[in-house]
Design a protein around this ligand. Structure first.
Ligand SMILES: [Zn+2]
Ligand SMILES: [Zn+2]
Length: 240
């Protein structure tokens, strides 16, 4: 994400090398990144964070619980900044509101990010839509929302049973239907973009997720896109 004054990464689940490659692909330089925010300690969110932070002296923002649990994978980071879940904080003129999610990590968070009149909400890795989540997602201009799995595909896929149970649980991940239901509740005239994110490669298909999202946005027309694991997405810009 970037504004005129701030460029940052939210999570760093790709290898450092991949992250660099993809930044280059969109014409951005790692040297210009001011911060890395970490949502929780699962490897698909922190794999590249330690290396990038050390090599390029990038401050890493986490809450205490996430930092403690990340330590083994992330190692020491030279510039560490702490936030408290539920307590808004600024980096330059951008306001961040980390809020609690129901997910099997130490203290997982979603982020509301406000800049001027614009509101962006990052909402992945949650097993259950709480009242708080619904309130945070409302009024967004850009919503990054987890469409993790299709329950039928999950049932049929080769994952061991305990993993399937974990994904389906209240501390796992949102199904297409669950995400669609939330989208229906929070979609509004000014929602410009919805990025369908964190899709499972084994138990979901982009077309299924998109179809579910489409069914739930009417009568509004935000632009829908699916975040891919192996390619960089297009840059989305919010105006005003
Ligand atoms: Zn994840
Ligand atoms: Zn996770």
């Amino acid at each position: 994400m970037e504004t005129e004054s701030l460029k940052l990464l939210i999570d760093g689940g790709l290898s450092a090398r991949q992250t660099l490659k993809r930044l280059t692909a969109i014409g951005r330089r790692i040297e210009d990144i001011d911060a890395i925010l970490v949502s929780h300690e699962h490897t698909d969110h922190i794999q590249g964070v330690g290396i990038l932070a050390r090599r390029f002296m990038i401050p890493v923002y986490t809450n205490e619980g996430t930092y403690r649990q990340s330590h083994l994978v992330m190692g020491e980071v030279p510039i560490r900044r702490s936030f408290v879940t539920g307590k808004p904080f600024h980096i330059h003129d951008v306001l961040f509101e980390p809020f609690s999610l129901s997910h099997d990590a130490e203290d997982p968070v979603g982020f509301v990010i406000r800049y001027g009149q614009r509101k962006v909400t990052i909402l992945t890795d949650l097993g259950y839509v709480t009242h708080l989540v619904r309130e945070k997602a409302r009024g967004s201009h850009l919503l990054v929302l987890e469409f993790n799995h299709d329950p039928e595909m999950l049932k049929a896929c080769p994952y061991p049973w305990p993993i399937k149970q974990r994904i389906r649980s209240r501390r796992g991940h949102l199904s297409n239907e669950e995400a669609g239901r939330l989208l229906k509740e929070v979609v509004h005239q000014e929602l410009e973009y919805v990025v369908l994110a964190h899709l499972s490669e084994t138990s979901n298909h982009p077309d299924l997720a998109l179809l579910t999202a489409q069914e739930n946005i009417s009568p509004y027309t935000p632009l829908l896109s699916v975040a891919k694991q192996h390619e960089v997405g297009t840059l989305l810009s919010l105006t005003g």
